[in-house]
Design a binder for this molecule. Sequence first.
Ligand SMILES: [Zn+2]
Length: 337
Amino acid sequence: MSKRPSPISATVDFDADGVQHGFLKLPISNDESAWGAVMIPVTVVKNGDGPSALLTGGNHGDEYEGITALLKLANTLKAEDVHGRVIIVPMMNVPAAKVGRRTSPMDGGNLNRSFPGNPDGTVTEQIADYFTRYMVPLVDVVLDLHSGGRTLDIIPFAASHLLDNKDQQRQALEGAKAFGAPTAMMMFELDAARLFDTAVESQGKIFVATELGGGGTTTPERMEIAERGVRNFLIHYGLVDGELAGPSQPQVYVDMPDASCYVQSEHTGLLELTVTLGEMVEKGEVLARVYDMTRTGAMPVEYHAQRSGVLVARRFPSLVNMGDTIAVIAEVVDSLD
Ligand SMILES: [Zn+2]
């Protein structure tokens, strides 16, 4: 069954040379605005023929490293520095970004669980559909900048996925390495089916994702990694000239082979992580304790590492509920090939 055209329209011309700042406009009609629109900022920088790249942030609205890096790039990238076309969308889910939340206040939608999307669905599903059917077909490579947001803190890394098409997998892995974060990862997703990643990869396009920190803010160190990484990505895929700038230490390769990397809480209470982000842990080692906040004299529940590896992500807030991911342990490997 074919889908109707997207209700979203762009105020920029994706085929025009030069720098354009505009919007992807999604009509809405609600109590605040009878004939209104959700306005998703977009910048197009094009200079003749060449590869096309889509750079996205704010797929989740509280992941500020990518949003900030792309707002800065949109302000500074010049057409004469580009070969081909760079499309920059710093806040894909702009309703969520405007209120500093992971999900949209308009419909509760988690954009990165809404792909491939639906032109007749909620606001969030309509945004997903537009990216799937209109933006991704315009480009060869996609860089989607995530981080932990308010509830997770994650070591900065770029990642690619295992794919059936090994040439596509190799090209994405090379881009993830070239991003130049301290760590490069082969990532296992808990729920891949509705991700932007899958919508891009299923069209045969090259997709690189990142996690760049978290906690609902940025730090100078992580911003430097984010900005350097975006530039490295553009250099690697031939969109701008320059020398790749690597991390100061040799890049660490990590693999997340299966769901046992994720440690999820089976208790509600006060979380004490006993391992620092980026630290190595041994299988069986205590990772975290969860305390009963309703009484004194109750021993905490201890959580143990189910595998040896490096702590790549942790829950950021100290309050934890049943089902929350409290730690993610990835395996350090010599090669991702
Ligand atoms: Zn995210």
